[in-house]
Design a protein around this ligand. Sequence first.
Ligand SMILES: Cc1ncc(COP(=O)(O)O)c(C=O)c1O
Length: 446
Amino acid sequence: MTLKEDSQRPLSRELYRRAKQQLPGGVNSPVRTFATVGSYPIIAESAKGALLRDVDGHDYLDYIGSWGPMILGHADEEVVAAVQQAVSRGVSFGLATQAECELAELLIESVASLERVRLVNSGTEATMSALRLARGFTKRNKLIKFAGCYHGHVDALLVQAGSGVATHHTSSKRAPSSAGVPESVIEETLVLPFNDLEAVSQQMQQQGDKIAAIIVEPLPGNMGVVPPIEGFLKGLRDLCDRHESLLIFDEVMSGFRVARGGAQQLYGVRADLTTLGKIIGGGLPVGAYGGRADIMDHVSPRGDVYQAGTLSGNPVTVAAGLATLRKLLGWRDPQSGVDAYGYLERLGKQLEQGLQPLIKESGCCFHRVGSMFTLFFTPGPVHNFTDVAQADHSANGAFARFHRGMLANGILLPPSGFEAAFISLAHTEESIAKTVAAISSTLRDG
Ligand SMILES: Cc1ncc(COP(=O)(O)O)c(C=O)c1O
């Protein structure tokens, strides 16, 4: 059944009303409210492949993909079987297992700069731990981050952050993006415009000897997809080398999404530390941080940087992650024989080409890297957070109207203009053709 208008979701509306009595804002993560697209939450009932069903029985072609992890599509049979087997052996031991070792080996084999890795429970935990390690290793306190990049809700990184923070809070240049984050915590965090190497170079010249790390999404998806311009990442690498600061690539979203080796493989730049999440847990709660062995050897119990977790390396998560990665890396299109990344690129290109004539006439700007994409309601060019913010992101603005139109056409996009949409291996040429048609009619209807 296809949704025609919001009033056709009575059960969702009722559940949302109930949820608001118990959960802040009725949700467990802010962007799920759909408030900024002038709607109310999709309450999920189930999902299979590229389709998600809401509790009112509407089916949507899903491009949220649980915000990135579901690269195989939903309820993949091999992942489900691996999870069931793991559960039947015991859901948690709080002890080391063989499977976590296999997952670590697979991560290290895949991402060139990883020599050691530690599994944690979320992307937030991964970036928080990587920062502590960078500070402990360099014996310096200051950090550089970029406006519009989101690294989870780590206090020190909640300044001009992207994703839900950009969607729900206004953020001034020096103030924390969240109440409860003391000014003193972000005093050591310098925020610069993404893609502005000159600005980074100036800061490094002035205080490079105090900078523990530059942390960056090498391919930001949390202000929408904003690729690095030629030379930007390489420039960061050179500056870090010159000033003996660490370069942290936050690949929680881009890891295994744009290439087996992540954005660092795509752009040919090596990080000192990398954070991962999402895909590596196959949809269960996960994070990981890793990198150079000489740095990682400072992590407890080998070194003096403390970090621990009751459920870290949880056997069910690890089983889902291993099954997902093994299937992803061995995947071949039965017709053409291309691998997963070739197939996702083909679908992405089909979407891009289908939209090209339309984008020009509607004054939008479309960005895509592999299976990640965003439609910005601004003519562009879009190179940083300020450019993204030019678009009207209000609940009655162009993006919100577009989002509601797409829902009515059975297409589920992330409910914010500051997010990336994801194509999965369960999408097909037909899904993309349907999406192009829906975008065309939605944009034309205004
Ligand atoms: C690049 C990046 N880093 C960190 C995080 C935080 O991950 P989590 O939501 O698992 O804490 C996210 C989440 O979207 C992310 O996209």
